[in-house]
Write a protein that binds this ligand. Sequence first.
Ligand code: ZN
Length: 226
Amino acid sequence: MRKSLISYQSGATSPTIFSGEFADDVEWCEGNWPELEFRSPEDEAWYAVEVSDICDALMISFNGFSYEHDEFYPADDFKNSDEIQEFEERFRACSEQMQDVECPKVHEGTKVCATCPSVTGEVKFYDAIVVTVESMKHERDEEGNEVCGCDFKLFWKQGPWANQVTTAKVGEICLRVEDNRMNPKVVSFLKEARRKLHGNQGEETEWQKILEKVNSAIRNNLSVDG
Ligand SMILES: [Zn+2]
């Protein structure tokens, strides 16, 4: 059983966007890249993860879980480029726990990643969209911190409540982080996977496809002429 992807990461990172193709060439250190979340194929829920590359494979470790939960993806395990694309889309910058004072930022249409009501008591995160906010007056706790008691109606895009609306509180909501930079370890893994799939010309497949068409057009013309 896995739990939250809640990350208390703070402070905005540089808004510079690197395209995946160039990420290999960029000098980088761990702290400069957004923390990752990964949508596990096992339950399609989002988890905060660490990635490491081991012998042409990508190992995914789930934050807060023991190594038995690690998932291991060999680069030569993809059957086609759609599968690689689908795998790539399982990664994004880690969502962050919504803070009580962030309540005014959340409104109709805000995309969130939240825990959904569960009969088994498991805490899993899925994507949802805020439909309405039923505002309540914010109170203060003993330490003087603002406490949000508002009800957030969420329309679920994924998970067991997909296409349904439920009510959530601030503590159940993580805010999406808009940072499109992809972790270089993931980028080089995907590159390797594509190389294995297409041979060393992996990045020229579009051109190869055109060449194939050209060649077959030439062959057809020859046969018509001949
Ligand atoms: Zn509130």
